[in-house]
Design a protein around this ligand. Structure first.
Ligand code: NAP
Length: 477
């Protein structure tokens, strides 16, 4: 059996490692960039890191006692992924600088086309991520800017910000991480905020020598610590997103954080969101607010009218800038774009998904046999580790592979997809994401296509069920 994996980030590497461990050696990982790591390769801005604790933001089969901090920073995550690729021997199977352009099911196999030509595979596992294509704002005049501009996920490290007038557009998790790092360098920093975010503290610190030694040496300690972080996220953060018992507590925690860190009532008012906590991704950071209170920083809430050669023009006039940083997020609802997937009967994924992406378990799409998605539609989380979800998905794919190897192409039944859609819709009603805010979790029409609306324990159970009842042989379609 030949398997193509698209993307060498957390998901693609996990899939490759599982195949390697189970003796399925004929696989290729197509990676469009020159290095592995996906989002953790692309997002190298100052202060980049993860707001999920290190010991949970890692594979369950490769627990890592050497994390230096409670919350990992980008270089350490990338080093971890590099270590995994080498330890499990998957690096030689990664074809770097090779972008998959299209994949077409020919009735038996997938024809995967890159700039180097077309190859056939029995199964395709797409692991291209949800946060991989930068979104640039549709503001008039962006090309006319005479200074230097870049997106947070395409940081220009060679561009020294010392003594510059810097404009940051956006105030999500990325901006919250790099603003405290660049504020001391910039002569002036204007933060253009369209909507304030809820912010809660990130209790980060370096592990002391004794803790690290204990995590290395005490049998089971790392497992128990990991389990504790997981249970905490599931037991207290998830209910807040499901409008449960902790929603008010989380709101109070965020308001308390704001009051503790921002003394100026006018700035506090600007920074107080008017939507329910969790509707947009909660920012988890302890140094963002203090940076905003520094004398060289201003939070600008006047709407942006256009970008001019000299800077950013708002409804109140021009704010000159030498550098503009777009912290404007990603094109999150355009799943798998721009790769063109063609399934049975000439159906294309972009057509099937014109009203929003959807997949059974977030993994399988009717009429697209032997195609599996990792971190696909409705599998993002606002409260726990995506690595957990990826491992559930990889386990499901591994359970499907023996069937398709023995019996030929298989695809999810449209009835199973319809039932899934109904259950997902019902679960989504409970969640806080639907009303009150616009976010990257949903399409312009308001359909939440990115997030998983249940506890992750439920997702684990569902993905662990024997796959067969939900699938059929493609020849019998
Ligand atoms: P984001 O959360 O989507 O934030 C984009 C920001 O840009 C928002 O403040 C948005 O304002 C603003 N914006 C977009 N278009 C604009 C326009 N035309 N004019 C003015 N403002 C505009 O993006 P992100 O900060 O890169 O984060 C994306 C996700 O990546 C996060 O939610 C998180 O899941 C993940 N992430 C995680 C970590 C971590 O620690 N784990 C760190 C960084 C990122 P509105 O709010 O008004 O739309």
């Amino acid at each position: 059996m030949r398997v193509a994996i698209i993307g060498a980030g957390f998901g693609g590497l996990c899939m490759a490692i599982r195949l390697e461990l189970s003796g399925i050696a004929d696989y290729t990982v197509f990676e469009k960039a020159g290095g592995l790591g996906g989002t953790w390769r692309d997002n190298s801005y100052p202060g980049a890191g993860c707001d999920i604790p290190s010991h949970l933001y890692s594979y369950s089969f490769e627990k890592y006692a050497s994390w230096t901090r409670r919350y990992p920073e980008q270089p350490e995550i990338l080093a971890y992924l590099d270590m995994c690729a080498d330890k499990y021997g998957v690096r030689p199977k990664i074809r770097f600088d090779t972008e998959v352009r299209s994949a077409r099911f020919d009735g038996r196999q997938w024809q995967v086309t890159t700039d180097d030509g077309t190859e056939r595979f029995d199964a395709v596992v797409s692991s291209v991520g949800q946060l991989n294509r930068p979104a640039y704002p549709e503001i008039q005049g962006t090309e006319s800017f005479a200074g230097v501009s870049f997106h947070s996920a395409r940081w220009k490290h060679e561009h020294d910000l010392t003594g510059r007038r810097v404009a940051v557009i956006g105030n999500g998790s990325s901006a919250a991480q790099f603003i405290p790092r660049i504020q001391p360098l910039a002569e002036r920093l204007d933060v253009f905020q369209r909507t304030p975010n809820w912010v809660i503290p990130k209790p980060d610190s370096a592990f002391g020598t004794a803790t690290r030694l204990a995590l290395h040496l005490v049998p089971g300690l790392q497992r128990v610590y990991r389990e504790w972080i997981y249970r905490y996220a599931e037991g207290t953060l998830y209910p807040a997103l499901a409008r449960g018992w902790s929603a008010n507590l989380l709101r109070k925690r965020a308001l308390g954080h704001l009051h503790a860190q921002v003394a100026d009532p006018a700035l506090r008012a600007k920074l107080t969101p008017a939507f329910p906590v969790g509707c947009k991704r909660v920012v988890i950071d302890s140094s963002f607010y203090p940076a905003l209170t520094r004398p060289n920083v201003e939070v600008v809430t006047d709407p942006i009218v256009r970008i001019t050669p000299k800077g950013v023009e708002t409804s109140q006039g021009l704010r000159e800038a030498d550098t503009i940083i777009y912290a404007t997020g990603f094109r999150t609802t355009e799943f798998l774009q721009p790769i063109e997937f063609t399934g049975t009967g000439g159906r294309t994924l972009s057509d099937e998904w014109k009203d929003g992406a959807e997949a059974y378990l977030g993994i399988s799409v009717p009429h697209f046999p032997n195609l599996f998605l990792l971190y696909g539609p409705n599998t993002n989380l606002g409260h726990n580790s995506i690595v957990f979800m990826i491992e559930c998905q990889v386990r499901h794919v591994m359970a499907c592979l023996p069937y398709l190897a023995e019996r030929g192409p298989m695809e999810v039944r449209p009835e199973a997809m319809a039932a899934w859609r109904r259950q997902l819709g019902a679960a989504m009603e409970r969640m806080v994401w639907g009303n009150g805010c616009q976010s990257w979790y949903k399409t312009a029409q308001g359909r939440v296509t990115n997030n998983w609306p249940g506890p992750t324990t439920l997702y684990r159970r569902l993905t662990a069920l024997p796959p067969l009842p939900a699938y059929r042989l493609t020849s019998s379609a």
